[in-house]
Write a protein that binds this ligand. Sequence first.
Ligand SMILES: [Zn+2]
Ligand SMILES: [Zn+2]
Length: 88
Amino acid sequence: MRCPYCEFEGSRGDLHGHLATAHPEEVPTRLDEEGRLYYRIRCPYCGFQREQRVKPRWQDPGFLVEFRREIVLVAFDQLLYHLEGVHG
Ligand SMILES: [Zn+2]
Ligand SMILES: [Zn+2]
């Protein structure tokens, strides 16, 4: 599979790791007024967007730093499903 953001190519697993390491800024997060955390993933090809809430146990302010990579991995897994399903 080909990285949607750069020239990288590899297996799905390789690409998943590459996305989390090289392009974490493509998964923005936000907090709403109630302190709920959301992440957003956007397809660079068709503009498909999905925003999802991060599980409530992750409300500790230290979470965002410590588990940022986990959020990014989950989000890119969803993007990879979308790429395979829609742009495969
Ligand atoms: Zn890349
Ligand atoms: Zn798309």
